[in-house]
Design a protein around this ligand. Structure first.
Ligand SMILES: [Zn+2]
Length: 423
């Protein structure tokens, strides 16, 4: 409890400046910008396709400008008259992973993406900036949004929203939204059972269970034309609502959504900060991208682990701490560069990481011996490589298939992220 109080105080101090600005700059509506992220390992551009306006603003009104960048893309909104930064969010995307793959070296990829902001009262300028793995910025796009314009589309309403766990008001809680994919109308009972099952997996896992008053979970009831999920490796192709697929960027278990605009259009019907796609498939898989969305398959012994692991990426901006599984991304953590993720270090700037959480006398690097089990240390191996990248604990839900075992560093990052959406 004391820890939460301390974090709350810390966050309050950081965000006081932006808390008072919501009413000055924004009204209680949402703007969604749909765009294409296009490029390969060398080139990158953004093409804005459409803006939608409507609903109410369900995101935080207290923390409008992000204090720290955790994602590879930054979206910033400036008051056009004064030039003041009034809203910002960083996030990651599938494109940033694609461009580090072998395919991304040879072929241009086109990916659907969306960002949201509260409806500005006056004209605003917005820009997208991309950061590479060396933390070097490239400005990708600048646009203008005029709230007086009638050129923008209205958000549509129509899907049924189901409440699964309501801990608090939308402006004092992180709002998680389940969207189903690959459930036909005949799968209705199974879908409802899965919603309950995944809610209990989240709410029985730390830190969500201790912070349940700051967590809301809702689901959209929506059906696909066909039952099941596309798996190109087995020549299985399904017509589904969100067009989720296995083997995205050439990793068999990597299950991602290829209909991101549709996903966000459906999500407009419910309050949400984060989207979790529940896929109707018995094949092990999932994926999670910071501040973007995550997926999980609905059957299998490890689906309790998969959902909280993928939500670790989604909400906490946490990195994979494993280094022995098959991945297609390369040079993800270059030598001599401190990763932005809170649970990995290259020791280039360890002071910015969990150094203050080490017990006195803990050797760096820390040996993976019995006396350092369940202790915070600096253990070599993580982020898909065995050497030069270090993780905070021998075991963690971000490292191994272990449910409800986030290490103290990952727990802290998740607590901070949940409090970010609280008052
Ligand atoms: Zn961890």
């Amino acid at each position: 409890m004391k820890k939460y109080l301390f974090l709350t105080l810390l966050l309050c101090l950081t965000f006081t400046i932006s808390a008072q600005n919501f009413e000055q700059y924004f009204e209680n509506k949402t703007v969604r910008i749909d765009y294409k992220h296009i490029g390969d390992s060398r080139t990158e551009k953004i093409e804005v396709v459409n803006c939608h306006v409507g609903g109410q603003w369900d995101g935080t009104v207290s923390h409008l400008v992000e204090p720290k960048r955790l994602g590879g893309v930054v979206f910033e909104v400036f008051d056009a008259l004064s030039g003041q930064l009034i809203y910002s969010r960083s996030y990651d995307c599938l494109f940033n992973e694609y461009r580090t793959t072998e395919k991304g070296e040879k072929e241009i990829g086109i990916f659907e993406e969306c960002v949201r902001m509260p409806m500005p009262k006056m004209m605003v300028k917005y820009k997208f900036t991309s950061y590479n793995r060396y933390n070097e910025p490239t400005e990708l796009y600048q646009g203008v949004f005029d709230p007086q314009s009638t050129a923008y589309d209205k958000m549509t309403k129509g899907y049924k929203v189901k409440k699964l766990h309501i801990g608090g008001k939308t402006d004092d809680a992180v709002d998680i939204l389940f969207i189903p994919d690959g459930y036909a109308k005949t799968d209705k009972k199974k879908m409802q059972g899965d919603f309950k099952k995944f809610t209990s997996y989240i709410m029985n896992c730390s830190p969500y269970k201790e912070m349940s008053k700051h967590v809301n979970i809702r689901a959209i009831e929506a059906y696909s034309e066909e039952s099941g999920i596309t798996n190109p490796n087995r020549n299985i192709y399904k017509k589904t609502l969100l067009n989720c697929s296995y083997n995205v960027i050439d990793v068999d278990r990597y299950l991602m959504c290829l209909g991101v605009w549709k996903m966000n259009e459906i999500a407009d019907d419910a309050p949400y900060d984060y989207i979790v796609i529940i896929c109707n498939s018995g094949k092990y898989g999932g994926g999670g991208i910071y501040n973007f969305y995550c997926t999980v398959n609905n059957v299998g012994q490890s689906s309790d682990y998969v959902i909280v692991h993928e939500m670790g990426h989604l909400i906490g901006g946490l990195a994979d701490e494993y280094y022995t599984s098959e991945v297609s991304v390369r040079d993800f953590y270059p030598e001599g560069v401190e990763p932005v993720e809170p649970n990995l270090t290259t020791l280039v700037n360890f002071d910015s990481k969990w150094k203050d959480m080490l017990e006195e006398g803990t050797p760096i690097p820390t040996p993976t011996t019995k006396n350092y089990e369940n202790k915070v240390g600096v253990f070599e191996g993580g982020g898909y490589v065995a050497e030069g990248v270090y993780r905070p604990a021998i075991d963690c839900t971000m490292h191994k298939i272990m449910y409800n075992r986030f290490c103290p560093v990952c727990l802290k990052a998740l607590q901070e992220a949940i409090l970010f959406y609280s008052k």
